[in-house]
Structure formats: structure tokens, C-alpha cells
Design a protein around this ligand. Structure first.
Ligand SMILES: Nc1ncnc2c1ncn2[C@@H]1O[C@H](COP(=O)(O)OP(=O)(O)O)[C@@H](O)[C@H]1O
Ligand SMILES: [Mg+2]
Length: 279
């Protein structure tokens, strides 16, 4: 018989409600009872148009958005309202990569300092931290001498590699990826997505992968949930959702993803316009 922690998913979000306070009496319900799970070593996509609540869900998992009701558990432990020391401890297990590697990397620190900081904060000795930093640079395919350089000396894609390495240094079990390739050109997107896939194979880390682009999610995620106006309207294996979407909104998202063939693109555009008008 397994203990409950062994059978519980790595991350379980149950019936989560998040309200933002706009004014003294005015609240905006950004999440209206959302449930989602992520298994160990799994990649679960969260897709939906801008404003649907994807980042809010990521923030709630990271403890950056206050939860009105519902429950978030990690490895069987309730972390819904984890604060202070408990939340800091969770940084060993749950990390994040944001869309904008410019805003999320301190330009005054060298890459070596950026990567060592989360380890030094956690009490790791400097020499040990240096070894982990070198290992992670290697994992994200950056040269070892990057430690002496500044984030501004790197391209957007390389900067995102630095942000990914920083998320990895504490060897987390889950990374919340919030639109991590959305600011990159298509070729760079593809190489960074391949990197995410390789890292998952090599380290067994799980991803909650947020994107407005179903095309991106289709390349990397095992399962996907589709979010619309603060609710999940469809979930399932990526293959099923991407090939046989049941919800009209998912069909629209699917048709909005770019394809290389101009003739197919024109056909899809016609279908998309039809769906939009009938919605
Ligand atoms: N800090 C905030 N204060 C008030 N409203 C917010 C805040 N953050 C997001 N919102 C609102 O919550 C809704 C969901 O936003 P968000 O989670 O950022 O969506 P997405 O990531 O899917 O674009 C939107 O209507 C947005 O305007
Ligand atoms: Mg967002």
C-alpha cells in the first residue's frame, strides 16, 4: 500500500478561486473554480487568450496571488496559503521562468552571480555553488565563460537559457513556465522548446507550461487544459485536444496557430472567420 504522498500528483489545484481587488468594494474574479494536476516529470500546458487567467494560476501556485478559495497541494502537502519560511522552502521544489528575460535578470549582476544567488541564499557554500552553476550552464548549452559576462551581452534566446539555468540551480521538481518563448522569434522558439524537452528527459522536472499559443503547447506538452475567462473549458491529452477539440473556443485557438503552408493557412483562416461569426 502506498502512502498518500506517493500516489498524489506532484501538483494538484482544486476548485481554485482568485479575486483581484480593484477598488474598496470592487473585485475581479480572475479564476472561477479551476482544477488542474501535474504529475512527476510531466508537462501540462495551459492555453488561452490574453486575460483568460493563465498567469494568475501560475502566480497562485508560486504564492504570488492570494487565493480566495480552493486548494493547491504539492506532493500531497497543502501549500495554498504557504508564506514566510514555508514558502521560501518551497523554492527548492517550485521555480519559475517568465516571458521576459530582460526584466527578470538583474543587469548589474554577472551571469555567474545571477545563477549562484539562489544557492547562496539557501546556504550553499560558494565553491559548491560554483560547481552547480558550471553544471547548469552546460545543461542549457551555454559556454562556461558566460559566468564572467553580463545578461546584456547575450541574445534574447541565450538570455532565456540563463533564466532557465537559474530556475534549475536548486534542482526543483516543478517549473512554472509563463509564456517562456513568446518574446522569441520562431527559430529561437523551436530551439528553446527543444531545450525544455531535453531538460525534462535529463532531470525529470515537471512543467506547468503557460502559453497563448496552442502551436507551442502542442510541441512540448503531454496534456493540455484550455482556459477561457477564468475557467477551464477543455482538458485532455495534447493529441486529443489539438486534433479533436470539442469546445468551439479551442477550435478557434487551434486555427489561430500559424502554419507554414499559405494555401492551408488561407483555408484555415476562412474556417476561423466562420467559427468566429457563429460563436
Ligand atoms: N494584479 C492585478 N490586479 C487586477 N487585475 C488583474 C491583475 N492581474 C491580472 N488581472 C486581471 O485578471 C485577469 C486575468 O489576467 P491574467 O491571469 O494575467 O491572464 P493571462 O495570463 O491569461 O493573460 C485579466 O482580466 C487581468 O486584467
Ligand atoms: Mg499572462
Amino acid at each position: 500500500m502506498n502512502a498518500p504522498e506517493d500516489t498524489a500528483p506532484l501538483l494538484a489545484v482544486e476548485d481554485l478561486v482568485v479575486d483581484y481587488r480593484l477598488h474598496r468594494k470592487l473585485r475581479l474574479r480572475a479564476l472561477k473554480g479551476v482544477s488542474i494536476t501535474v504529475g512527476r516529470g510531466e508537462c501540462v500546458g495551459l492555453v488561452g487568450e490574453s486575460g483568460s487567467g493563465k498567469s494568475t494560476l501560475g502566480k497562485a501556485v508560486l504564492g504570488l496571488a492570494a487565493v480566495t478559495s480552493g486548494r493547491i497541494s504539492f506532493d500531497g502537502e497543502d501549500i495554498t496559503h504557504a508564506r514566510g519560511a514555508a514558502r521560501r522552502r518551497l523554492a527548492n521544489d517550485i521555480q519559475v521562468v517568465f516571458q521576459d528575460p530582460y526584466g527578470s535578470l538583474d543587469p548589474t549582476m554577472t551571469v555567474g552571480e545571477v545563477l549562484a544567488e539562489p544557492l547562496l541564499v539557501a546556504g550553499t557554500k560558494r565553491a559548491q555553488a560554483g560547481a552547480v552553476v558550471a553544471e547548469m550552464l552546460d545543461r542549457v548549452r551555454l559556454p562556461t565563460d558566460a559566468v564572467h559576462r553580463y545578461p546584456s551581452e547575450f541574445s534574447g534566446g541565450q538570455r532565456q537559457r540563463i533564466a532557465i539555468a537559474r530556475a534549475l540551480v536548486r534542482r526543483p521538481r516543478l517549473i512554472v513556465c509563463d509564456e517562456p518563448v513568446s518574446a522569441l522569434d520562431l527559430t529561437t522558439q523551436a530551439t528553446i522548446l527543444d531545450l525544455f524537452i531535453d531538460l525534462q528527459r535529463e532531470t525529470g522536472v515537471a512543467y506547468l507550461f503557460v502559453s497563448h499559443d496552442l502551436g507551442v503547447v502542442r510541441r512540448i506538452c503531454h496534456r493540455v487544459s484550455v482556459m477561457y475567462q477564468g475557467e477551464i473549458v477543455e482538458s485532455g491529452p495534447t493529441r486529443t485536444v489539438a486534433h479533436e477539440p470539442t469546445h468551439p473556443y479551442t477550435r478557434r485557438l487551434l486555427l489561430a496557430a500559424p502554419v507554414a503552408d499559405p494555401v492551408r493557412q488561407a483555408e484555415r483562416r476562412a474556417t476561423w472567420l466562420g467559427l468566429r461569426d457563429s460563436a
